[in-house]
Design a protein around this ligand. Structure first.
Ligand code: SF4
Length: 317
């Protein structure tokens, strides 16, 4: 069953240099119980999509879409109402997400008090159970501590416990392991995978890291210049990419270069977000571009399961 259905989402922000097209046209369809990776480099619009889902786009931003539905509810009018109830955010910096002057117990209780009618004793028990569910030992002792007394991995688990405390069934995880070392990051990803299996959650995993996609994502969408250029099963995106940009991204990974050889790089820059794009957004950087790529937007290729935008019938060679 579809949990999130977005077609043709755009977010335009006014600026002194003219309208900034932070998101140009995004299609994103996520099934219930799925972990969906949203992949892209800085400036591709991935965090702005998360903000649009939460109703937190900047003042003056224009959000438009052909379809913008969460569980059949229109997000154009209900995103703010769903925020913190059905949709919760796990940010990349858990230290910034937690209040430094309140104990963990108080912060858990504040969330539970907002979202439930439970008595204090029951809220304390619920907080302890949620902290335990995120793998934090000795919840009673932990709830008396302050954020600075916890490691980054423990802080991120508390943030996840708070997201669960809202009762949300859709989590937006915005680069949740970026601030953590590799081992702790892997543990947090394994925790998210377990919570999805145990509680039937759906996760939008915003990331620039293909290792994160390989570790936990069922499906993934690749963004470029505010456009969704390829969507498919994570395994297909990682091993049989069809869009030349996805292919170039994978070729640029350090592991892809033979030992001792220069790393591959994608030459050039993303088109400025104030610029109108008439052909393919990737044209100036694409190694297989042809004349037709300049004049008209690329058509969708492939199937419902795995599709991409490209003028070449078979996509990336
Ligand atoms: Fe490259 Fe052309 Fe395909 Fe764009 S449409 S990705 S420029 S081949």
């Amino acid at each position: 069953m579809t949990h999130l259905d977005i077609q043709g989402l755009s977010v335009t922000i006014p600026s002194p240099a003219g309208p900034v097209q932070a998101v140009r046209s995004i299609d994103l369809c996520i099934a219930k119980g799925e972990i969906h990776g949203l992949i892209g480099e800085s400036g591709c619009g991935k965090t702005m999509i998360g903000m649009a889902l939460l109703g937190l786009t900047p003042a003056g931003a224009q959000v438009a879409a052909r379809v913008f539905k969460f569980d059949r509810i229109d997000l154009a009018t209900s995103a703010a109402a769903l925020r913190g109830k059905r949709i919760a955010l796990i940010s990349q910096d858990p230290a910034a997400a937690l209040n430094p002057v309140l104990t963990i117990g108080r912060q858990m209780d504040d969330v539970l008090l907002t979202h439930s009618q439970q008595r204090k004793k029951d809220r304390t028990a619920a907080a302890a159970a949620l902290l335990a569910a995120t793998g934090l030992p000795d919840a009673a002792k932990l709830m008396k501590r302050y954020p600075h007394q916890l490691s980054g991995g423990m802080q991120q688990r508390v943030v996840i416990a708070q997201a669960l405390a809202t009762g949300a069934d859709f989590l937006i995880a915005d680069e949740p392991t970026t601030a953590l070392d590799v081992t702790v990051g892997a543990q947090v990803l394994a925790l998210l995978r377990k919570l999805v299996a145990d509680r039937g959650l759906t996760v939008l995993m915003i990331t620039h890291d293909m290792d994160v996609v390989a570790a936990v994502c069922d499906r993934a969408t690749v963004l470029y210049a505010g456009l969704s250029v390829e969507t498919g099963p994570a395994s297909a995106i990682l091993t049989r990419p069809r869009h030349p940009y996805t292919s170039a991204l994978l070729a640029a990974l350090p592991d892809a270069a033979p030992h001792g050889q220069k790393l591959a790089a994608i030459e050039g820059q993303i088109p400025p977000s104030t610029e109108t794009i008439s052909g393919c957004a990737f044209e100036l950087r694409c190694p297989v571009a042809t004349a037709v790529c300049h004049g008209a937007p690329p058509p969708a290729r492939g199937s419902d399961d795995h599709h991409w935008l490209c003028h070449l019938a078979e996509g990336a060679p």
